[in-house]
Design a protein around this ligand. Structure first.
Ligand code: SF4
Length: 422
């Protein structure tokens, strides 16, 4: 979402006559996009702002803005800790931030927050034509109404607001016309797409998959409680719909899931995984987990490990629970000691590395269609790309981003496949 918002803002400002600087030292305007989901990224933002303050001392006319969820959450309080900041803008206020950057109030500061009555996407996001890259993000909806007890998103991005499917498809069409071969549809909980406007994800995926020139269509993020099995036949119907679900489980314990207000059980999650894999050959499922949620016992945690082993995820993202002010879970006693959270996280990641290695080793000897992303930063004369199932593949050759290449896999690590073009 932040990457998408940053691309959108940059496209809008380029349209208004600005151009991209090489770095903050050369910039007249710096916008820091922020995340509020965890505490650590917020702290990183303030240390980044400290560095920007030193640059601004030498260039007093420089505009520094803070955008995104942290801006929405803290509002003018950002100025107290970072006096170098000129403007603060939440995710629903990119338009107003662009206007401010174009016509700053001399010496004045601005706060743009609030999403009440805001459209599903801002006019600047609707206009965003992209930068000619082979891969484009298109926002299908914004906000979230799930109120998972640990999560700040519904408070900083507002309720679910879907864009009409024809509007999303039109933007995907425009991005394909501008050179995109791959589109990723974004929604905090995209399984709920369309409920507020009488639509559904099936029709949206159909409309976007039919856009000429798109070799790949992806979508993020699937919520297990809303998952509609009706989308599964579409993977057979459309060869460009990538068989990959990013579907966070968060825990394998029903008690923890209940306290998290996730709205499904561990066995319900397993059934969804089973069905998706049964109906869609090559379906890849990746997941997110939180360890050390209030009240998580060792037995709860073992159930999470068991789920990961059972599902054999190729990749998981996992975090230690940290209470976020203003969320329902912040009222629960944070009773899992930090060292236990750390041990559990390490154990979970070790188990996930094992399942990732196992899954990746099954790919050795097989051939995949890989879309090239760019040069491999670790190996000379090599590129990296992704399979339809979102495996990362490194292979030799001077291919360009967006090219699709048949690659035979020769070896695998926990996270990457290595092969040769055939
Ligand atoms: S589904 Fe839950 S975790 Fe995901 S954004 Fe919504 S409230 Fe947050």
């Amino acid at each position: 979402m932040n990457l998408h918002d940053a691309e959108t803002l940059s496209a809008e400002l380029r349209g208004r006559g600005f151009s991209l600087a090489d770095g903050p030292e050369d910039a007249d305007v710096v916008v820091v996009f922020t995340c509020s989901v965890r505490e650590k990224p917020e702290e990183k933002v303030f240390s980044r702002l400290g560095r920007l303050a030193r640059i601004k001392k030498k260039k007093p006319g420089m505009i520094v803005a803070v955008a995104g969820c942290m801006a929405e959450r803290l509002g003018p309080a950002v100025f107290d800790r970072a006096p170098c900041v000129d403007a603060v803008a939440g995710p629903g206020s990119l338009d107003r931030l662009c206007d401010f950057i174009e016509n700053p109030v001399a010496g004045g500061r601005a706060v743009f927050t609030g999403f009440v009555g805001a459209a599903a996407v801002s006019p600047v996001a609707r206009r965003a034509s992209g930068d000619g890259s082979h891969s484009a993000f298109v926002s299908a909806m914004t906000g979230c109404g799930k109120f998972c007890s640990y999560c700040i998103v519904p408070y900083v991005r507002g309720p679910e607001r879907s864009r009409p499917a024809r509007e999303v498809a039109a933007q995907a069409h425009a991005r394909a016309g501008g050179g995109a071969r791959e589109v990723t549809l974004l929604g905090q909980s995209i399984s709920a797409y369309g409920r507020d406007i009488g639509g559904n994800l099936r029709d949206l995926l159909r409309a976007v998959c039919m856009v000429p020139g798109l070799d790949r269509v992806r979508f993020l993020t699937s919520h297990p409680a809303d998952f509609d099995p009706g989308i599964l036949p579409l993977f057979g119907e459309f060869g460009n719909l990538c068989p990959h679900l990013q579907m966070p489980a968060q825990s394998g314990s029903d008690g923890v899931l209940r306290r998290m207000n996730r709205g499904y059980t561990a066995s319900g999650y397993r059934k969804t995984v089973e069905r998706a894999r049964d109906e869609v050959p090559g379906m890849e499922i990746t997941s997110d987990f939180i360890v050390g949620f209030p009240g998580e016992t060792d037995a709860d945690f073992r159930m999470t490990l068991d789920l990961i082993e059972w599902a054999g995820f190729r990749n998981v993202f996992a975090f230690k629970y940290v209470p976020r002010p203003g969320t329902a879970a912040a009222a629960l006693v944070d009773d899992v000691p930090p060292e236990v959270k750390q041990e559990r996280l390490a154990e979970l990641l070790a188990v996930a590395r094992g399942t990732g290695r196992r899954r990746n080793s099954e790919a050795v000897g097989k051939t995949f269609r890989v879309m090239v992303e760019g040069p491999d930063s670790r190996r000379e004369a090599s590129v990296t790309g992704r399979t339809m199932g979102n495996h990362i593949v490194a292979f030799g050759g001077g291919f360009r981003p967006g090219e699709t290449v048949e690659v035979r896999i020769e070896s695998a690590s926990d996270l990457t496949l290595f092969g040769e073009a055939v």
